[in-house]
Design a protein around this ligand. Sequence first.
Ligand SMILES: Cc1cc2nc3c(=O)[nH]c(=O)nc-3n(C[C@H](O)[C@H](O)[C@H](O)COP(=O)(O)OP(=O)(O)OC[C@H]3O[C@@H](n4cnc5c(N)ncnc54)[C@H](O)[C@@H]3O)c2cc1C
Ligand code: SF4
Length: 505
Amino acid sequence: MIKEFKDISKNIVEEADVCVIGTGAGGAVVAKELAEKGLSIVALEEGSYFTYKNFNQDPGDMMAMMYRDSGTTVALGLPPASITMGKCIGGTTTINSATCFRTPQKVIEQWKKEYDCSGLEYDELIPWFEKVEKEINVVELTEDVLGGVYQIVKRGAKELGIEAKPLKHNVKGCEGAGVCQWGCIKGAKQSTEISYIPKADKLGARIYANCLVRRLDVESGKVRAVHGVFIDSKTGKRRHSITVKARVVCLAMSSMITPAFLLKQRLANTSGWVGKGLTIHPCGRVVAEMEEEVNGHYGVSQGGQIDAFKDEDIMLEGIFIPPGIMTMALPGVGEEHKYLAKHYKNLAAFGVMICDTTRGRIFPGLLGYPYIAWYSMNQADTDKLQKGISIVADIFFAAGAKRVFTGCYAMPILKSKEDLNTFKTMKTKPWHYEVTAFHPLGTCRMGNDPRRSVINLNLESHDIKGLFIPDGSPFPTSLGVNPQITIMAFATRAADYIAENITRY
Ligand SMILES: Cc1cc2nc3c(=O)[nH]c(=O)nc-3n(C[C@H](O)[C@H](O)[C@H](O)COP(=O)(O)OP(=O)(O)OC[C@H]3O[C@@H](n4cnc5c(N)ncnc54)[C@H](O)[C@@H]3O)c2cc1C
Ligand code: SF4
């Protein structure tokens, strides 16, 4: 049984082989894998516990319930980047779009060559990918749930000789309700609160929600105990504490929070790399006004992809959002705004994601806030974003768009192909864009050399015995694709290593 704030009536002391902090893509996986191997597990999660029966499709309600700071989290910089994260059992997987990609082989090769990761072999990772994909039921989406936007993008892309195809998602019985990012109302998305966590629970893992971890005890270079406090999610009141004495601790609080937690306590940072190297996989959203009704709200919101430009570090993936958020993000006020809201059914939208070369940084938080993030997109990434937006605009015009909204303040509206040609050739700057990002990574990077990395290739700290970081933090570059399968596969691999070596701790 998952214990929540309301179930806690006294201070708690637990003992376990492994204490896992965070229940998202990384934490839930290590908790279940290790419980299955017979280890005793305590998992602590700051957010609350919800099932699909609690979801109501209303983005405002759901963001307040399951997003960190109701979805207002940003990295400071020019331009500031919105980087949203989940805060609930299941972490960001509960509110993600369910898209699944393995780590591209060329990325692993780059890590080996340029980032001191020799010893990682793509072929040896395949069994871990397969294990995760089976656990969360990764399947290619079928045309019947892909919706109207996908048909428009496919049509426009075909005109230009580009292939659009369905994405793979971790779903069972997806009905294309299109609200994955606000919690799947059908219970179809196999996020970790529905896949790994119930299994870990059945296998005897002791799981605590509403539990904020504040401190890690380290003695003689080894982890000893974790300290947390229970928080009432409604009032913010803190009552009762928990101490978990453990031989191994897995920090899986996300690539934004794990490094800040370590920096604050001055732990595991003899390399000086904790918090550095943040990549975010910046996104742009291109919206088209079509003559025909698109009804983009029917169907999976991120169902289709175009990977023809991946060698130029540009991935195009679907993204459709509810009316309130969509119209707020479009240019125009007054009558123009009213017009767009009225014509929501005629809007189509598609996303652009850039495999970024920019590096940001995480600093310890202030005044009780868990972290501060800095990320200022460089010109090379800006040029890629501009190119990606131009490609999507081309596709929409080829499909018959009346107007295209670029998300670039230098030229927000394109009314014709001539406008598009102007947009393509103009020099845009980073601050011309509204940047959002969903895939922050890389802030406690892995590597063989303790002078240049925070953790080794098994995700264990070079400095502290028994401290592992199986979340989005280890990966030294942007992946160019959505990261949940990479995080889960490396977490599974780390869990196997921990289980084989538990007697050493
Ligand atoms: C809107 C959105 C859509 C996305 N879509 C996709 C997609 O389609 N495909 C894909 O591959 N990826 C997607 N992602 C990204 C993906 O979900 C994340 O990369 C992944 O979940 C990160 O895993 P993690 O383990 O690092 O952290 P998280 O999954 O974020 O889990 C971290 C957990 O740790 C908890 N925590 C933090 N601090 C503490 C503390 N002090 N004490 C206790 N608990 C704590 C948090 O509350 C959280 O639950 C999306 C992200 C977003 C925001
Ligand atoms: S599209 Fe709907 S049914 Fe399918 S996974 Fe997303 S929210 Fe669930």
